[in-house]
Design a binder for this molecule. Structure first.
Ligand code: 8YV
Length: 323
């Protein structure tokens, strides 16, 4: 008997075919991401669930008495209530490794666009305002040889640090819950306290998972420590930042600019003040979104689901649930 699974998001055809071979599949067909309420209505007797981003809360779990495995198609898993999963003995997996280099690419896209005002100048050229685009007021700031402060030194933080050192000759410091001396010596980067990192960095880049400890990690007090010439980049989770505080420091020109892929509420409201600021470059949460990487993530999530339901290896179980 094939295990029953519910697929709560769209997948490439080849990945759907792989799942259909190994599982009895039901899928969400809506155009919008599935809400927890709809998921609770849909999930029924599924033993496995493949999902991205949707909060797996008490309501969903109550509606899913047979559920044994949740495969999160993402590296972040802040949508999961780990305590509830533990209590129910449900396994959860995620998709680390496959997206590291792709997210690092996007981090640099944001660093460069914000520093050299790429998006803003693109709009000038396309509007036939070439000469205004030459205004010295719009000259950017250097990336090469500048100091990059990375908050969160996991796999992706490390990938970004390596690129920064090798590709842009940057001086890299990092802050992490646990210092990582092996990474320091491997990459030639230095551990710093959070305050010191904020005070001295030309670029402050947030690359930390969202947990109760990192929620609003960047608030008024933290932004106040940044140099007025510094740039803030977020490619992790929006809720790690107090967005109201970010709006205030940007409005008051207390920092140079920000490059953002993630927001406290997604999709961000079209009337949000951040979207009206020339010194802010915005993307719609696309860190891992190249065709190749999204396909690899989908495959990884599908394999995790099938293998975990069979009790087979290898499976990327989220660290907190590993025994
Ligand atoms: C999203 C991400 O999950 O992996 C993560 O944690 O933030 C992204 O890759 C992506 O939106 C998946 O569709």
């Amino acid at each position: 008997m094939k295990p029953r699974v519910y697929i709560a998001r769209d997948l490439p055809d080849e990945v759907s075919a792989y799942l259909a071979e190994h599982c009895e599949v039901r899928s969400w067909r809506g155009d919008e991401p599935i809400t927890p309420q709809r998921l609770a209505e849909e999930i029924g007797d599924a033993e496995g669930l493949l999902v991205t981003g949707t909060a797996i809360d008490e309501g969903v779990l109550r509606a899913a008495p047979q559920l044994k495995v949740i495969s999160n198609l993402s590296v972040g898993y802040n949508n999961l209530d780990l305590a509830l999963l533990k209590a129910r003995g449900i396994t959860a997996t995620h998709t680390p490794y496959v997206l590291d280099e792709t997210v690092a690419d996007l981090a640099f896209a944001l660093i460069l666009s914000t520093a050299r005002r790429v998006a803003e100048l693109d709009r000038f050229v396309k509007a036939g305002r070439w000469q205004q685009g030459q205004d010295a007021e719009l000259f950017g700031v250097d990336v090469h040889h500048a100091r990059l402060g990375i908050i969160g030194m996991g796999r992706i933080g490390e990938t970004i640090a390596r690129r920064a050192k090798l590709g842009f000759l940057m001086d890299v410091v990092y802050y992490n819950r646990n210092p990582k001396p092996d990474v320091e010596s491997k990459l030639g980067i230095a551990y710093s306290s959070l305050d010191e990192l904020l005070r001295t960095s030309d670029y402050v880049l947030l690359m930390t998972p969202l947990t109760p400890q990192t929620r609003h990690l960047m608030g008024e007090a933290e932004f106040a420590l940044m140099k007025s010439s510094a740039i803030f980049i977020n490619v992790s989770r929006g809720e790690t930042v107090d967005e109201q505080a970010l709006v205030r420091v940007l409005n008051d020109k207390r920092i140079y600019g920000a490059g953002l892929d993630v927001y406290e509420r997604e999709p961000i409201d079209a009337a949000h003040p951040l979207l009206a600021m020339d010194n802010v470059v915005t993307l719609p949460h696309l860190g891992s979104a190249t065709a190749a990487t999204r396909r690899n993530m989908a495959y990884a999530a599908a394999r995790n689901l099938v293998h975990a339901l069979r009790g087979a290896e290898p499976v990327h179980i989220v660290p907190e649930l590993q025994s």
